[in-house]
Design a protein around this ligand. Structure first.
Ligand SMILES: Nc1ncnc2c1ncn2[C@@H]1O[C@H](COP(=O)(O)OP(=O)(O)OP(=O)(O)O)[C@@H](O)[C@H]1O
Ligand SMILES: [Mg+2]
Length: 232
């Protein structure tokens, strides 16, 4: 589902990613770990065309992104097939939970409102929030908002979901609620790449752990191997 080949990215004269090569099979979960500044967010953003790169190649969900594409030509198609959830929830504050979830399917895909609402309610139910369909984001907890953001992303039926530290702004209880949702998605066969400092989550849900240090793949392998080898 994802193939990254010899990716290099340069920002402000510094090589932020260097010869990064990795593969993610369909239906698997990869966690990206490693020290702050290692390049995890940059790599994730290169995967869905939010950032460009200087050398190498990315194949994702059947789309090819090449070095120096600015903006990447395949961008629109990539965005349709690749969902992304960030640390902040970035919900539209003036829209209810259900309207946040149904907006893109209605506008981008032209799904009729009643059908979009029906599907949206199912997605909110899947993240445990059916009761909050008509609530505005400001009235929801951080964990609930993040679960709405996940449902919103799922509404486009992405082939790949990318998460950048989806729980780092949350307290432990809310983090657990969000991680449970992500684990459920993993069980359902959703292909995902998750940047996280939560090694417990990586052990529970990951097929593969990739450790990025100073822009390079330092280690990659099954969680038991990598997380133990790192002495954590
Ligand atoms: N646009 C930019 N201009 C200059 N430097 C940048 C830019 N974007 C990223 N960097 C640098 O690239 C490095 C990698 O950043 P990145 O955000 O990818 O790391 P990270 O692994 O996600 O870190 P964290 O765990 O703190 O989120 C950092 O040293 C950062 O300062
Ligand atoms: Mg980051």
């Amino acid at each position: 589902m994802i193939e990254v080949d010899s990716l290099a990215a340069v920002r402000a004269g510094n090589r932020i990613l260097d010869a990064v090569t990795l593969a993610v099979a369909e239906g698997t979960v990869t966690t990206l770990v490693g020290p702050s500044g290692g390049g995890k967010s940059t790599l994730l953003r290169c995967l869905n065309g939010l950032e460009t790169f200087a050398a190498g190649r990315v194949m994702i969900a059947g789309h090819q992104l090449v070095a120096g594409d600015h903006p990447p030509r395949a961008l629109e198609r990539v965005r349709r097939d690749v969902g992304m959830v960030f640390q902040g929830f970035n919900l539209f504050p003036h829209l209810s939970a259900i309207d946040n979830v149904t907006l893109a399917p209605r506008i981008v895909r032209g799904v009729p409102p009643s059908e979009a609402r029906g599907r949206g309610l199912k997605l909110l139910d899947r993240v445990g929030l059916a009761r909050f369909a008509d609530a505005r984001p400001a009235t929801l907890s951080g964990g609930q908002q993040q679960r709405v953001a996940i449902a919103r992303s799922l509404a486009m039926e992405p082939r790949v979901m990318l998460f950048d530290e989806p729980t780092s702004a949350l307290d432990p209880q809310m983090s657990a609620e969000v991680l449970d949702v992500i684990v459920e998605l993993a069980r359902g066969g959703q292909t995902m790449v998750v940047v996280t400092h939560d090694h417990g989550f990586a052990r529970r849900a990951a097929t593969q752990v990739v450790e990025l240090v100073a822009g390079r793949v330092h280690r990659a392998g099954p969680p038991a191997e990598i997380l133990t080898a790192a002495g954590r």
